[in-house]
Design a protein around this ligand. Structure first.
Ligand SMILES: [Zn+2]
Ligand SMILES: [Zn+2]
Length: 336
């Protein structure tokens, strides 16, 4: 039906705008849904994204990450080639957006990654009606039902209370998850300093600059490099997954490994990582939220990108929604 957006090896091309959405190879015009590295890559000439996403890209790739950047805030509209572009919040991470493309009386929305559960670090997903809705399918199986985030934070606080002689090390992805855990801890009334690995500092500062208050954050690097132990017993320490198995982690006193991810509901994954306290905290829609979102938007067609397309195709069919799988490659489900 809608024939002006097509799938290529590098992502989705919006033909009348001569632009690509979240391209996986360098392009002349890139429309970026959000700052995760598999969606926001470096090397594009002209990048159009929300101001927050542009900031995140600059923090990761340097100020000159593109020749031209065009900030497009939520709710603003701009013309690009023959199309009109606008952005709506996707609720995934700070600055994450659904890209809304209007052309010849038709509207397509590429939602990027999104979630519906509450997150104090970003604006909630907005329902916008459209002809074609492009949805992710990371957790598109009926078994995936994410618990309430505050319950997971409660588990973390209980463990800290039960093991005052251990260092509570929480693995979390540097963009989005780390800040969300910190903000959720603050919401739960935890006002003590939280210790963060050096790799998280830049993005935590960036969140604060955009008005997301994270409270007192101290560097988890006290003590001398080398043999000295890090004296963080009884504290909550947040670090990116890569730091988990590093020399840095070996300097912590009797660390208790926690890990925050939607994948933690798969026991096998938690076991593989040696996680003692899996925290099921996802920045993607779970199965009920995917179906609820499609029902609310009720587009003429659903296009499904990275994840588990089959179950969602089947569910769309049952709901009377026309759907097809795009089978895009290059987006890593595990990176969040
Ligand atoms: Zn993402
Ligand atoms: Zn993704």
């Amino acid at each position: 039906m809608l024939n002006w957006v097509k799938t290529t090896a590098s992502g989705l091309t919006v033909l009348p705008a001569a632009a690509m959405i979240d391209p996986t190879t360098p392009q002349s015009v890139a429309l970026i849904t959000h700052g995760h590295a598999d969606h926001a890559r470096s090397g594009h000439k002209h990048v159009i994204a929300t101001p927050q996403t542009l900031d995140i890209m600059a923090a990761r790739y340097g100020q000159n990450f593109a020749q031209t950047v065009t900030p497009l805030a939520y709710g603003e509209r701009m013309a690009l080639g023959e199309v009109k572009l606008s952005m709506a919040p996707a609720g995934h991470v700070l600055g994450s957006s659904q890209i809304i493309v209007d052309y010849s009386g038709q509207r397509l929305i590429a939602a990027g990654d999104y979630k519906r559960s509450s997150d104090p670090t970003c604006q909630p997903f907005e329902i916008v009606s459209c002809d074609v809705f492009i949805t992710e399918a990371t957790f598109a199986l009926p078994v995936f039902r994410h618990p309430v985030p505050s319950d997971e934070i409660e588990k973390l606080l209980q463990i800290k209370h039960l093991f005052p002689d251990r260092t509570i090390l929480v693995g979390a992805y540097a963009l989005g998850k780390a800040q969300r855990i910190i903000a959720l801890l603050r919401q739960a009334g935890y006002n003590q300093p939280i210790y963060i690995h050096g790799a998280l500092r830049k993005l935590c500062d960036l969140y604060e600059r955009h008005g997301i208050e994270l409270g007192p954050l101290l560097p988890a690097s006290a003590g001398q490099a080398g043999s000295a132990q890090l004296d963080l017993v009884g504290e909550i320490v947040i670090a990116p997954p890569a730091a988990y198995a590093s020399k840095w982690a070996q300097r912590l006193t009797d660390p208790l490994f926690a890990f925050a991810s939607g994948w933690m509901q798969v026991r096998q994954r938690a076991k593989q990582k040696g996680v003692e306290l899996p925290l099921i905290l996802s920045d993607h829609a779970d199965w009920p939220d995917l179906l609820q979102t499609l029902k609310q938007i009720s587009p003429k067609e659903v296009w499904i990108t990275h994840g588990r397309e089959d179950a969602l195709l089947h569910a769309c069919d049952k709901m009377g929604l026309k759907a097809r799988a795009l089978s895009l490659i290059g987006y890593e489900e595990a990176s969040e």
